[in-house]
Design a protein around this ligand. Structure first.
Ligand code: CP3
Length: 391
């Protein structure tokens, strides 16, 4: 079935080339985009709470929407129950378990959270490329065979391999479709991927790192080999996000968790071009697939120096970590993007009073929060236990 759609992003956003920009900036462009959208989502119930999508489009809202990075997972007792003895990636690969885990915070905090995020991991892309990734208890992700150098054999193989993103990550799309069905329109669903730079870090470091010796060796010794692989990852990200949208994701976020390890100059060289590739190509790919465009969020943790660049990177929403002062950030962005963030996750260890004071300051900093703000923490929350009074 085909419907004619009026400007999906509302009056506040216009398509400008492949970018969505605020209407004010496109006065000389036509006000309405008409596209033919196949109703592939007819089996999903209509969205009852679209607050977050409206805020992401830059509309004025009755209150700021909220979701929490890492809102599903270890701090919830029901997570451990549903996970049982399954390995972490086995949960990601099982659509029934992944959708159950996605819904847990939505159910526990019913009507307090305005979006769900699919339970998965950024490292499913390196896995789809053929690398082995394990999740070690208390240690985090581990690549038994990371990339060593451009001449290690594995590098050439990764560049050469034609990854079937549809087939290799089919379990994620199934989890997304099942989650949309189970959500029954309660809140919108985020899809996500890791940014090329962050994925590259994991692929060469083999896991988390303190000094990033391997990845710094790569970019400063083998810059063009690094860029070839970053480009390949960026192309896979585009296809992966497009297929997540096709499966039912209503907004997508790109996590550049290690952006802060780069200098401003090296961020411009090794991260930003690939983030831009995604924001430029994803709308093209969605149009090709006859799908609605969705808002795109970029979260480049630690890249406070790059906020101005990120405002012009083609994403409608820019996530902030807690190193940003909200009022300063609002000033820098000057209405170009919607901001998301940015309470210190460590604040959750504080008293109710301390939390309230900090949140009130944050609201003031974001100008009251009824426009261009999505409430979140400045990074994934890392509570290892469930504290009833903290949320
Ligand atoms: O609720 C949600 O936010 C959805 C699910 C989600 C997970 N990982 C689940 C998860 C999302 C969006 C991610 C993204 C992710 N994964 C990122 C980007 C965000 C960030 O934190 O910067 C990164 C860097 C990863 C890689 C990763 N996965 C790490 C570093 C770890 C270990 C973390 C730790 O504290 O030990 C994981 C594991 C992981 N991903 C868990 C969950 C719930 C914990 C798994 C477990 O031990 O049960």
């Amino acid at each position: 079935m085909i419907v004619e759609s009026q400007n999906f992003f509302g009056d506040n956003y216009q398509l400008h080339g492949s970018y969505l920009v605020p209407t004010a900036l496109t006065a000389d462009h036509p006000k309405t985009i008409t596209s033919r959208i196949p109703l592939t989502m007819t089996n999903f119930e209509p969205l009852r709470n679209d607050l977050l999508l409206r805020a992401a489009r830059g509309e004025r809202v009755e209150r700021p929407p909220i979701w929490v990075m890492r809102q599903a997972g270890r701090y919830l007792p029901e997570y451990h129950e549903a996970k049982g003895n399954n390995d972490f990636f086995a949960c990601c690969r099982n659509p029934e378990i992944a959708s159950t885990l996605t819904l847990q915070p939505i159910e526990r905090y019913a009507r307090l959270i305005d979006a769900a995020i699919i339970f998965s991991d950024i490292l499913v892309i390196p896995q789809a490329m053929g690398m082995t990734v394990e999740m070690l208890d208390k240690k985090g992700p581990h690549f038994p065979n990371p990339l060593r150098s451009p001449s290690d054999g594995q590098y050439e193989e990764l560049l050469r391999r034609d990854v079937d993103v549809q087939k290799e990550l089919d379990y994620v799309y199934q989890a997304i479709t099942l989650t949309r069905q189970k959500l029954k329109g309660r809140v919108p669903l985020f899809g996500f991927c890791g940014a090329p730079w962050t994925l590259f870090c994991y692929m060469v470091e083999g896991g988390g790192s303190k000094l990033f010796v391997q990845v710094k060796t790569w970019i400063y010794k083998y810059p063009s080999a690094s860029k070839n692989l970053l480009q390949k990852i960026a192309e896979l990200c585009v296809e992966y996000l497009a297929l997540q949208v096709k499966a039912g994701a209503q907004i997508v976020q790109v996590f550049d968790s290690w952006a802060g390890e780069l200098s401003p100059g090296s961020f411009r060289e090794f991260s930003l071009p690939y983030l831009r590739h995604i924001s430029r190509k994803l709308p093209d790919r969605l149009r090709e697939l006859n799908l609605e465009l969705v808002p795109m969020v970029v979260f480049a943790k630690g890249a406070w120096y790059a906020l101005d660049d990120l405002c012009a990177s083609g994403y409608q929403v820019v996530g902030l970590d807690w190193l940003h002062d909200p009022a300063e950030a609002v000033k820098t962005t000057d209405g170009r993007v919607v901001l998301q963030g940015n309470a210190d996750p460590g604040l959750l260890y504080g008293s109710r009073e301390a939390i309230t004071t900090a949140v009130e300051k944050m609201i003031t900093g974001f100008g009251g929060g009824k426009q261009r703000w999505i409430v979140n923490l400045g990074h994934g929350q890392f509570l290892r236990f469930y504290v009833k009074d903290s949320l």
